[in-house]
Design a protein around this ligand. Structure first.
Ligand code: ADP
Length: 640
């Protein structure tokens, strides 16, 4: 049969280059990756055979074989699982399917920085490609269950690979590595040594539910002892196959949990936290969940796979089981093993099952209480968790009413209280000033815009803490969440400001007088700017800026309006309120000029400029920047 040569997809080639030249210190993990893939392939075959009895595959002795040849320096990992078709080999082995990883590889391409490459390998794992850390040639022979012909793939990890159709391949996949010479400095051990293989499998793959076998040649002790008497020995099973969640807690070490996490998540980094849950009673199940230490790149892309695997009485049944975790906890990985489900339960059935719903709620609560424990017991790890997953978790404030308070309790937010450290709501409430009734916040695009917005001035002057909310999701939940521990959440850019302190009450009379002084100006300006604002009024929130724009208490913020528009919804533009700072010389001057001259072109332009400045100051956009600039330039010129 003819051999065809193919090129790796660009990103795959770049990743391979990184792998080949990597100094990744723990090269042993290549074997873990091969065994993990083989185990997945056995799971898949078992499921497919269950669904399709015309498949004609032999599932009587599913297992993984490891075979080492010390003389030829080859190592083969073989499974009799699902296998791959010719096209699948091209798809699965020749390309990187995970769009997030592909993007990251592209970004790293230019940076010929080994440390960065190391980071990439460690964070995302490189799966099958890890073989090229230890081998200079890899041959994969595979036949998909149900198909008659097999495929041989081979590559040295450079730009190309070859494919060939073979008539007599056994069902499943074998991967043969032509190992590079042993080099202890480079952590390249002798991977043909039975002792080494045993050790690696035991360490990384002990919990794999299928037998991992190895046949070591037994050297017959002949008189001359020259080893001539080598004969194939008995196959030994290297792994205990015991499900970790079925073993008692003190029997399982932390590193064993971590290896299971790596097997199911394809992440090479240890998880941040391991969560065990045992439910007894009418609906019995065990759960072993993990909070990863970093967010995957595709967490916010559509179709992101939720990482819970479903087992029924130790038998793998389903990957990415979305019925077991609410969407805002989609980053949680793990295994749930239920006693009383059918082995061929479908996704549709799970979605409607009352017991499954109860299980999902219980798991969500457990995850939230784990985060809470991290918060109190391990602030550093909590900070990592929040940095990586806070944005996702906050989605739950909109969707999970039952756990809203629990989510709020484990959330933290940037605040004016501290430049670096975020605050919890509880801490905020503890710091609230005497007489302060609300929890104040401001939403916006970045900490800088929000912090420097004119809306903050009075709060700065009075030393009142404001939460600085800059995630897109913040625009949404602040309107949905009524409050925390009886304290309402209030935007500093909405409604009338009543900070209600003593000083303010005292100058009530003075305020009334000022209100009278400005009444005519306010009426006139409200009319002049009527197309843009619904009211012009005096402000109690400004100390420095001449003007700012605020919304009514129950109106959407401009950013939220924009978000809805970006999603294709037709949102009418709501008119907001322009507030003037009577203490500012420009506003005072405008009032005097207006009393003297009533209305003229120059006053009208000043009013317009004031509005434009207020809009810019909060990070907003002018409708007609060109006109604003012209007015401004004219003024500046006259002032020269
Ligand atoms: P990952 O396992 O993280 O998806 P890999 O590069 O290890 O990435 O493998 C890519 C894909 O190739 C797997 O998802 C699987 O579909 C397929 N594959 C790898 N090894 C095997 C195998 N032994 N049998 C069947 N399919 C396999």
């Amino acid at each position: 049969m003819s051999t065809e040569t193919f090129e790796f997809q660009v990103e795959a080639r770049q990743l391979l280059q990184m792998v080949i030249h990597s100094i990744y210190s723990n090269k042993d993990v290549f074997l873990r990756e091969l065994v993990s893939n083989a185990s997945d392939a056995l799971d898949k075959l078992r499921l497919e055979a269950l669904r399709d009895d015309s498949l004609g595959a032999d599932v009587s002795d599913l297992h993984i074989d490891i075979e080492a040849d010390q003389e030829a320096r080859t190592l083969t990992v073989r499974d009799n699982g699902i296998g791959m078709s010719y096209d699948e080999v091209i798809q699965l082995i020749g390309t990187i399917a995970n769009s997030g990883t592909a993007k990251f590889v592209r970004e790293l391409k230019g940076a010929k920085d080994t440390a960065a490459a190391e980071g990439l390998i460690g964070q995302f794992g490189v799966g099958f490609y890890a073989s090229f850390m230890v081998a200079d040639e890899v041959v994969l022979l595979t036949r998909r269950a149900g198909e008659s012909e097999g495929t041989r793939w081979s590559s040295s990890g450079e730009a190309t690979y070859t494919l060939e159709t073979v008539a007599d391949a056994p069902q499943g996949t074998s991967v043969t590595l032509h190992l590079r010479p042993v080099d202890t400095e480079d952590q390249l051990h002798d991977y043909t040594s039975p002792w080494k293989i045993r050790e690696i499998v035991k360490r990384y793959s002990d919990f794999i539910t299928w037998p991992v076998r190895m046949t070591t040649p037994t050297t017959a002790m002949t008189e001359d002892g020259d080893g001539d008497g080598e004969a194939a020995g008995e196959p030994e099973t290297l792994n205990s196959m015991k499900a970790l969640w079925a073993r008692s807690r003190d029997e399982v070490s932390e590193s064993e949990y971590h290896e299971l996490y790596k097997h199911i998540s394809h992440d090479w980094t240890d998880p941040l936290e391991t969560v065990r849950l045992q439910a007894e009673g009418t609906f019995e199940y065990q759960a072993l969940l993990f909070l990863p230490a970093h967010a995957p790149h595709d967490l916010f892309t559509q179709g992101y796979k939720r990482g819970i695997q479903l087992y029924v009485k130790r038998v793998f049944v389903m990957d990415d089981c979305e019925a077991l975790m609410p969407p805002y906890l989609r980053f949680v990985k793990g295994v749930v093993d239920a006693q009383d489900l059918s082995l061929n339960v479908s996704r549709e059935i799970l979605q409607q099952d009352r017991q499954i719903e109860l299980m999902r709620r219980r798991l969500a609560k457990k995850v939230l209480s784990t985060v809470k424990d991290l918060m109190t017991g391990s602030p550093e790890r909590y900070a990592t968790f929040w940095r990586e997953f806070g944005r996702v978790l906050k989605e739950g404030l909109l969707s999970d009413f039952e756990n809203r308070d629990a989510i709020l309790a484990v959330s933290s937010f940037a605040s004016t209280h501290d430049q670096d450290e975020p605050t919890t709501l509880k801490q905020y409430v503890e710091r609230m000033k005497d007489g302060q009734e609300h929890i104040y916040y401001l939403t916006g695009e970045s900490r800088q815009t929000v912090e420097n917005s004119p809306h903050m001035e009075a709060f700065k002057a009075k030393g009142i803490e404001v939460l600085l909310l800059t995630d897109p999701i913040d625009e949404l939940w602040v309107d949905a969440v009524p409050g925390f521990e009886g304290k309402q959440l209030r935007s500093v850019a909405k409604g009338e400001l009543a900070l209600g302190d003593e000083a303010e009450k005292e100058d009530g009379a003075e305020r009334e007088k000022r209100q009278e002084e400005y009444a005519a100006l306010l009426t006139w300006m409200t009319e002049r700017l009527g197309e843009d604002v619904k009211e012009v009024r005096l402000s109690s929130r400004l100390t420095v800026s001449p003007a700012c724009i605020v919304s009514d208490a129950h109106e959407m913020s401009p950013a939220l309006e924009n978000m809805y528009r970006a999603m294709g919804q037709d949102v009418p533009r709501s008119k907001r309120i322009l507030e003037l700072n009577p203490g500012h010389p420009l506003v005072g001057g405008l009032n005097r000029a207006h009393t003297e001259r009533a209305d003229d072109q120059s006053l009208a332009e000043t009013a317009e400029l004031l509005y434009g400045m207020a809009l810019l100051a909060e990070g907003g956009q002018l409708d007609e920047p060109a006109r604003f600039i012209k007015l401004m330039a004219d003024r500046l010129e006259r002032a020269l």
